[in-house]
Ligand binder design. Sequence first.
Ligand code: ATP
Ligand code: MG
Length: 415
Amino acid sequence: MLPQDYAVHARIMAHARERARLAGFGFIEPPTFEHAELFARGVGEGTDIVEKEMYIFEDRGGERLALRPEGTASVCRAYLEHGMANLSQPVKLAYHLPIFRYERPQAGRFRQHTQFGVEAIGVRDPALDAEVIDLGWRLAQSLGLGDLKILLNSIGDIEDRRSYVPRLKAHFEPHLEHIAPDDRNRWDRAPMRLLDSKDDRTRPYQQGAPIITDHLRPESAAYYGAVKSHLEALDIPYEERPTLVRGLDYYTHTVFEIVPADAEGSQVTVLAGGRYDGLIEQIGGPPTPGIGFGMGIERIAQQLREQGLVSDDSSAVDVLIAALGEGADVAGSRIAGELRRHGVAATLAFGGRSLKAQLRKANRVGARYAVIAGARDLAEQRVTIRNLESSEQWSVGLDEVVGALTALTYTQPQD
Ligand code: ATP
Ligand code: MG
């Protein structure tokens, strides 16, 4: 992550921290690697992540470890291991973590990316689903991402799918030889994944497929209905997308994504999540419900950039000190240090070059003011301040320079 990326990243995280705080989430940081088994059991043996995308290695003790391919399983493991079931429920945990997936690198798809995510564990209540979606939605809004929409669906649970999955398989069965080979392999063990295939060979056959929401048991349908009522009460727009399924096995009931309003296809989802009531049991704990989301920070940064919402002043300083002549650099250092102590970003030009070269440097570092500290002026306890935009310049006493520049460079705090 280069400085210009880091500045955007930090701004996104400042918003994320504030939103998490407003919703009562504390931060957690699980380790970068875990037993590979955790993800095989949690995320699911047949998923893309586990089957093709995990970085797995054996450590010196012969343990099979994996670089974290997602955050939820790790956070749930920590919940179990640290007895968080004894705390007041739900336990609300947020994280900001590097995620590793062996994917084909392309725009918006990296082998290491960063997720801001939240998990609310221990409660099954439609109000909580809405609260988590609200957090994601308000966060995306506060970042100024422009026109976004929420795609929402309920994918039921194992019970609901018992009657649905055979119908879905029957729908695709006559077309198996035409659909994408990857999807053909999924047909038997994860047929719902075919609904969200982006492959043009599969897409034509998605038309007319039975949809899960028509097959939910009354209690599951009522839960979904209640989630929608809560979203309406919170003034959150959503679009029902009956074909929305997620690529991880652990999801049940509520699933959602936030995508740009005009965008279809892949690599555009900025935030995705859902309920995972079976996950903790799958990794060896007692039945424990949970819901969360993960947000791809690089994708958000990319959108902000595309919409021209990113200024490239990540390493800009306010003031450059140009030192000229014998002993001037020591005085320059002192001025720079004092400015920084007063909250003004300042640096020397370095290299003892001509005034012209030093002022050129000021331009390159984005400085708005230069302090020209010449040996002759310094002998009289004076320096020159130059406004680099207007080229106006004036002489001030050494004891006034910090006060003058503090006032000149003061900007209203943002974010
Ligand atoms: P996609 O459908 O784009 O592959 P996913 O379903 O694999 O996404 P999740 O596992 O839900 O994604 O991850 C949550 C978010 O993390 C995504 O919505 C996206 O913003 C981001 N993300 C996922 N994989 C990558 C990646 N390889 N590079 C950058 N960001 C990613
Ligand atoms: Mg993926």
